[in-house]
Design a protein. Sequence first.
Length: 112
Amino acid sequence: MGDLVGIELGRRIKELREAAQLTQANLAALSLKSVETISNFERGKTVPSVATLHELARHLGCAVADFFSTTPAPPASDPLIKAIANKSGLLGEHDRALLAGFVDLLISNSRR
């Protein structure tokens, strides 16, 4: 039964990633994971932790609950977000971490 949950969760991660118009490499860069890790999640080979699901949801613009929903993923609507994600894949791991920290700072400042 655990395998089925992992496979369904992986299918949903892939669906939400594609709806956000991100490649596995884009999502890997944003979440500081390897492409292999993202691929393993999507194929149900490994199951992400709750903390990782939270991080993925943040980068996919969805809620963690969306990974367990049967509602079809909405299409991404912001081409600027896609462009930033594509460009971030060109950065090294350290620079991607700096970029993620900067985005987190912007988000926290915008909520004040």
